[in-house]
Design a protein around this ligand. Structure first.
Ligand SMILES: Nc1ncnc2c1ncn2[C@@H]1O[C@H](COP(=O)(O)OP(=O)(O)OP(=O)(O)O)[C@@H](O)[C@H]1O
Ligand SMILES: [Mg+2]
Length: 287
């Protein structure tokens, strides 16, 4: 009997410890971290965001990323928003959530997606952004799955999108009070407004660019296929890493081919390789 009682005590203690380590502590730390930041964003209640998105109705879902789902919503004052709901399972997401708020809350530029604010309630972490009517550049170029949701982009529009991304990056690298390397420039992180102006989103991986401290030895992060070789292989990070990723996105814009869903054919292992083999006949890469 005593053995059973001891076992039950142990089991409760075990569950309590797991709960403390995985649920309670991370959220307390997150709250403390957010308090420490001089935030220039608003804060929303869960009730407000549930009302805005019709209780996160699947009909309002506009995208899905590595950290959770994104919903369209309408606030009581009529503002249309995009709400990113971080999956409670995503522990890495907590760090990126704090980073995203810290970074983007102090940056405003016509080519950066605006963060209106966030919500932390219970185990819910939500980010509230300006709504981008034409979704992501990837969706515009390649569609989403079986849907024929891609847009026909003419050359002046493709040019405008390239210039928009470049302006956003120039602001991050040189134009703001703090220097930032985004680290995750790719088609799904470039969003398009109703007039097809490009805006850079997702600052979860962004890092301050400190000239004397360019070597990252612990956690190289980004998306395969878009990371500059010197960064992916050696952790050497400067703003040039973003310029490399922008180059890959520019190739996608020009060729109309997706780098991430590229299937190796013949001797080419990626889009870059494919373009490289065609450099003498530049017209052959145009979409
Ligand atoms: N502000 C927004 N307005 C309109 N659509 C958005 C907005 N933010 C995100 N989306 C849509 O939601 C999708 C998911 O975004 P999310 O940033 O979570 O992931 P991702 O960039 O696709 O992938 P990853 O997790 O690898 O970064 C985007 O690709 C886009 O289609
Ligand atoms: Mg994204």
């Amino acid at each position: 009997m005593r053995v059973v009682h001891g076992y039950m005590m142990f089991k409760h203690f075990y569950y309590f410890t797991i709960c403390l380590l995985t649920v309670i502590l991370p959220y307390q730390l997150l709250r403390a971290e957010l308090k420490g930041l001089d935030l220039k964003t608003g804060s929303f209640t869960l009730k407000q965001l549930k009302a805005a998105s019709d209780n996160f109705n699947s009909a309002n879902k506009i995208g899905e990323g590595g950290f959770g789902s994104v919903y369209k919503g309408e606030l009581a004052d009529g503002t249309i928003i995009a709400v990113k709901q971080l999956s409670p399972k995503s522990r890495q997401g907590n760090r990126e959530f704090v980073n995203e708020i810290g970074m983007i809350s102090c940056l405003q530029h016509p080519n950066l997606v605006r963060l209106y604010g966030c919500c932390i309630e219970g185990d819910q972490l939500l980010l509230v952004y300006e709504y981008m009517e034409n979704n992501s550049l990837s969706r515009a170029l390649f569609g989403a799955g079986s849907e024929t949701s891609f847009l026909t982009l003419d050359w002046p529009t493709r040019y405008k999108i390239c210039v928009g991304i470049a302006r956003g990056l120039a602001f991050l690298h040189e134009g703001s009070a703090i220097r930032i390397v985004h680290r995750d420039i790719k088609g799904t992180n470039v969003l398009l407004d109703k007039d097809l102006n490009a805006k850079i989103s997702d600052f979860g991986l962004a890092k301050l660019n400190e000239e004397e401290n360019t070597h990252i030895s612990t956690r190289v992060a980004g998306t395969i296929g878009y990371m500059a070789p010197e960064y992916a292989l050696w952790g050497y990070l400067t703003d040039k890493a973003d310029v490399y990723s922008f180059g890959v996105v520019a190739l996608e814009i020009v060729s109309g081919k997706s780098n991430s869903s590229y299937r190796p054919e013949n001797e080419n292992v990626c889009l870059l390789d494919w373009v490289n083999h065609r450099q003498s006949v530049s017209v052959a890469i145009l979409n």
